[in-house]
Design a protein around this ligand. Structure first.
Ligand SMILES: [Fe+2]
Length: 205
């Protein structure tokens, strides 16, 4: 083949565990909703910065330190993060990885989360707790988009890997991992049920 692909952008998507996901997600959803009821500062922050939704990102973002439910989730997530790091050929021998932040996102109808990245970490991701039918997925942007200054548009039948965006459906029980510099967004939720996810950042030292 005269043409080969280089510098790929990897995205990881796997079920968190092989069995017991519905029970786990029922417990997590209860805890997420209780947190929203309890976290007045988070509700105030969300009213300004996360219209229509609730996130504990700015108020309670170390949930794994204070809740055994979230601490148990951390253990499971870390296994996936290690697997993904190996797939990326990251050399972490002699180093440790650490979950630095873990927070809850509840998106009722109309809530959206515009394009962003996750500073101060090397790997980030989301675990899906409640995903009503037709709720929005996680949309990633080609990290080279700003460099395509004079490129013609893509044909409508472009291969998926050549398109400027890819959307992973939100599926309860799945964990999605990506390198923290990769911009992404959640389009507006257009269904009347709440979509609940738990997002997190890892660092290494
Ligand atoms: Fe994010």
């Amino acid at each position: 083949m005269p043409t080969r692909a280089w510098f790929p952008t990897y995205i990881y998507c796997e079920p968190l565990q092989k069995a017991g996901i519905p029970r786990l997600n029922t417990d997590l959803a209860d805890e997420c909703r209780r947190l929203r009821d309890f976290d007045a500062a988070g509700r105030r922050w969300s009213a300004k910065n996360y219209p229509g939704g609730y996130t504990s990102y700015a108020s309670m973002n170390e949930l794994h330190r204070f809740s055994s439910t979230f601490a148990a989730l951390e253990k499971k997530l870390t296994r996936h993060v290690r697997t993904f790091a190996r797939q990326l050929d990251m050399d972490l021998r002699g180093h440790s990885i650490r979950l630095t932040d873990l927070w809850v996102n509840i998106m009722p109808e109309t809530a959206a989360h515009s394009l962003h990245l996750h500073p101060l970490s090397f790997m980030s991701g989301t675990y899906y707790v409640v995903t009503p039918k037709d709720c929005p997925g996680l949309k990633f942007e080609d990290p080279r988009l700003s460099k395509f200054m004079a490129a013609p548009p893509k044909v409508s039948a472009a291969r998926r890997e050549n398109r400027p965006h890819v959307t992973y459906p939100a599926e309860a029980g799945n964990v999605i991992l990506f390198e923290s510099w990769l911009r992404h967004e959640v389009p507006a939720n257009r269904v009347p049920e709440e979509r609940i996810s738990i997002s997190f950042n890892y660092n290494w030292s």
